[in-house]
Ligand binder design. Structure first.
Ligand code: GLC
Length: 459
């Protein structure tokens, strides 16, 4: 007997399967919000902030030198050493450090001292303490930049709420922590968002790359805008450099209520238990930090109604955030009719008695959450491609959701094609070493500008 999806499960997730008309609406609204973020007059009240990054050139592939990078942005923390040789070749050494979750809600001094400590350990290992190397800092939170090496944190996102950092220049905080140690000679010369790192590292090889996208714990994208449109950049009218990379911070789209028509009550419940309720609305519909929790809430609801896993009780599932987003990728990796990964997840959750219809139902719930995430992300990319008015563009992508989900790419691509103007071509390219190599390239740009080489002007 082949099982089918229980009608109550279908009903519970129906609104996650967004119709095309709704997607077109999202693109329209997002386009408007993006323009508001760019324009000086409307910027202060815009939800999508479109921060200027001070990155005005993309790499040529000829950059060289030795650079350090620090990467803080999600669940892990990395220190990277990049040696750029000529002609797009490079060496990379990196070390990931366990990021104590307590630091996510501690003080700024503790956070930056910890990063400096990890940097020191890394430099000692490679004998770099006294080399005076330039460092690019990939800090993946919304920052109002006042230069390539100056940026004030506007708000924490993705579960961080560290005291004493919002409103401060994070480059200075990092440099001070390095100086406080007294045993390290490293200069923090560039601050970049992870989206920018992703764009730069891919542009190093791919000359068509104009968008950097992150689909991981959070979501965000940057893109190449004409400097004359980047009104929040002082000198935007007179700048001789025609382009500016914009960090859209699109995760905040919908914070003013324009996305209510795609949100569900489950989203509202998730939002309430985050440290930033009412913020990052778009991100909370898309990002890996939230997808699993949405599945968990739907399951809890359906279990309470005895629609799925009848008679089962899972202590684990009662706990917030216990349904990791990686389970969605695992469950959707099973071939149709097979439940190997699904059974593993259920075993882990302590749900032993289940029928095929339950497993089918669980998979369907996962697909619903994935589908909405990928479709909304497609809307975001289409908004940016339309804004740039390009017929052919490469998009650099990084992040765990995109990398590890078996079907995310396909859904994303399918809906981008549906929503884009006919004839517009795009390519999604997985970025390698985005935060490390990207930060190194940003550091290279400041460090050597006007001397050995320059970045190429974007054509
Ligand atoms: C959050 C941050 C943003 C970052 C994104 C992906 O949205 O605010 O800066 O790029 O997560 O890591």
């Amino acid at each position: 007997m082949t099982s089918s999806i229980h009608p109550e499960i279908e009903a519970a997730v129906k609104s996650f399967f967004l119709e095309e008309e709704k997607l077109a609406q999202v693109v329209e609204r997002m386009t408007k919000e993006l323009k508001m973020g760019l324009a000086k007059e409307t910027h202060p009240r815009a939800a999508i902030k479109c921060f200027v990054t001070y990155v005005q050139d993309l790499p040529t592939g000829k950059e060289r030198g030795k650079f350090l990078a620090l990467d803080l942005g999600g669940s892990s923390f990395r220190v990277v050493l990049v040696t750029l040789h000529s002609e797009s070749s490079y060496d990379i050494e990196s070390k990931s450090f366990v990021f104590p979750s307590l630091l996510m809600s501690g003080t700024g001094i503790e956070l930056f001292d910890y990063m400096a400590e990890c940097l020191a350990q890394f430099c000692q290992q490679f004998g770099l303490e006294h080399e005076g190397l330039p460092l690019g800092f990939t800090f993946s939170f919304p920052c109002r930049q006042q230069g390539l090496s100056k940026g004030v944190l506007v708000a924490w996102t993705k579960g961080f709420h560290v005291e004493g950092v919002v409103g401060h220049n994070v480059v200075e905080m990092l440099q001070d922590a390095i100086l406080r140690r007294g045993d390290l000679n490293v200069n923090v010369v560039a601050l970049i968002n992870d989206t920018v790192g992703t764009l730069l590292s891919t542009a190093y090889f791919n000359r068509n790359c104009r968008i950097g996208l992150i689909l991981g714990t959070g979501t965000n994208a940057c893109y190449v805008e004409k400097t004359v449109n980047a009104e929040c950049f002082e000198g935007y009218q007179t700048s001789t450099r025609p382009y500016m990379v914009i960090n859209t911070e699109w995760g905040a789209f919908g914070d003013n209520g324009v996305l209510e028509f795609v949100r569900t009550n489950y989203d509202r419940v998730v939002d309430k238990v985050t440290p930033n309720p009412g913020k990052q609305t778009f991100e909370k519909c898309i990002g890996g930090m939230y997808m699993g929790e949405l599945v968990r809430l739907i399951l809890m609801d359906l279990m309470a109604k005895d629609v799925i896993f009848r008679g089962e009780h899972s202590e684990k599932l009662q706990q917030r955030w216990s349904f990791d987003t990686s389970y969605i990728s695992e469950i959707e990796s099973d071939a149709p009719g097979e439940y190997r990964n699904c059974n593993k997840v259920l075993h882990y959750l302590g749900i032993m008695g289940n029928q095929e219809s339950d497993r089918l139902g669980l998979r369907y719930i996962c697909e619903a959450i994935t589908s909405r995430s990928a479709k909304l992300c497609a809307c975001g990319l289409v908004t940016l491609i339309n804004k740039m008015n390009m017929n052919e563009v490469a998009i650099a992508v990084d992040g765990s959701v995109y990398r590890y989900h078996p079907k995310y790419h396909d859904v994303l691509e399918k809906y981008m094609k549906k929503l884009l103007k006919p004839g517009a071509k795009f390519e999604l390219v997985v970025a390698e070493d985005g935060s490390g190599r990207g930060a190194a390239l940003a550091a290279a740009a400041t460090y050597r500008r006007g001397t050995e080489y320059k970045f190429s002007i974007i054509k």
